[in-house]
Design a protein around this ligand. Structure first.
Ligand SMILES: Cc1ncc(COP(=O)(O)O)c(C=O)c1O
Length: 352
């Protein structure tokens, strides 16, 4: 394994801490397909409670939690509407279409920020057998490809009011809802209550090796449990993984503020070194997207140049580079990334 001075590729890279491994090793387990794993049930109920919902369902991935959420609300041939850069439409490899016969349309946005006019310009109901009926709006909070954008609660509430009036459901892709909660101070339940189903990931900023939870009504979770098994994701003594999630909730939630502060420190330094590469005030959580084109770089050349300094990043567009802070990047790693990125931004880019 390559050792980087700062590995900012993704917040999915974290390795379980010693204490998390100890919690996993001593977890009480049972066969979860028979509903007999007490640690899984404890996690499902805890997360459901935090999000203001009746019940939860443990899944191996966030993608599966999202796919189950969509499947519950949308019949084959109906549509889901989402932001143009939402994970469910950009990064789940067409699963909603491939598995559930779901079509989709997307609204444009700036940095993924939700404006009620986005979804509401698309939502179409009562069009009989002539046009596709919208069954679901998906909101992503924080918005990954948008750069960790926190969705405004007022905008969510406006969309909720408008969609409820026409019988359209709402699903929250809350892979990083923890970050939104810590950054905004809005409670998890205040976010969660505005949605029919919510998926959250334990394997990103929270630092668990695996796992997501879908929450909703008890009836919907019973249905999702059937579909999870049908998709081949009924797991057995999986309390060993749920224990990591419970440990993460106890120990790694509040510390997300440290990741946010480090990302902000990095963004401020880059904004000073190369004005236009990032607007520091738009960095709200643990993700920074740099426009390296503002300093004359291509994303590929910039990523390669940072790698020479031992800093790993991710090209997300021809001139856009994403950096994500997490449990395994400390102040020293952040300062190394600041030094490397500001030096590269100030340097003359290679001629193509
Ligand atoms: C916003 C968002 N939703 C869902 C997922 C899917 O999570 P997983 O990789 O566990 O399937 C991700 C993964 O990065 C994500 O960023």
């Amino acid at each position: 394994m390559t050792a980087y001075v700062a590995d900012l590729l993704s917040d999915t890279l974290t390795r379980p801490t010693r204490a998390m491994r100890d919690a996993m090793a001593s977890a009480e387990v049972g066969d979860d397909v028979f509903g007999e794993d007490p640690t899984v049930r404890a996690l499902e109920q805890r997360v459901a409670g935090l999000l203001g919902h009746e019940d939860g369902l443990f899944t191996p991935t966030g993608s599966l939690a999202n796919q189950l959420g969509m499947r519950l609300h949308v019949a084959p041939g109906q549509e889901v509407v989402a932001d143009q850069n939402a994970h469910v439409v950009r990064a789940e490899l067409g699963a909603a279409a491939a598995f559930s016969g779901i079509t989709s349309r997307t609204w444009p946005s700036v940095r993924g920020r939700l404006e009620p006019s986005g979804p509401m310009s698309l939502v179409t109901t009562g069009v009989g057998p002539y046009q596709v009926e919208t069954a679901l709006v998906v909101v992503e909070n924080t918005h990954n490809f948008g750069g960790g954008t926190v969705q405004p609660l007022e905008a969510i509430r406006d969309v909720r009011a408008a969609t409820s009036a026409v019988g359209v459901a709402m699903h929250l892709d809350g892979a990083r809802l923890w970050n939104a909660h810590v950054a905004s101070g809005v409670s998890l339940a205040d976010y969660g209550r505005e949605f029919d189903t919510v998926s959250v990931c334990l394997s990103k900023g929270l630092g668990a090796p695996v796992g997501s939870v879908l929450v909703g009504s008890a009836a919907r979770m019973a249905e999702a449990r059937v579909w999870r098994k049908r998709y081949g994701a009924g797991m057995r003594q999986v309390g060993i993984l749920a224990a990591a999630g419970l440990h993460a909730l106890d120990h790694h939630l509040e510390r997300l503020a440290d990741d946010h502060a480090r990302a902000a420190r990095f963004a401020a330094a880059c904004a000073e070194a190369a004005p236009g590469s990032v607007v520091a005030s738009t960095v709200e959580t643990n993700i920074v997207v740099l426009d390296v084109g503002a300093a004359g770089w291509t994303a590929a050349a910039f990523v390669a140049a940072l790698l020479e300094h031992g800093v790993r990043t991710y090209a997300v567009g021809p001139a856009a580079v994403r950096l994500v802070w997490h449990l395994d990047v400390d102040d020293a790693g952040t300062e190394a990334a600041v030094d490397a990125a500001t030096a590269v931004l100030r340097a003359v880019p290679p001629t193509p």
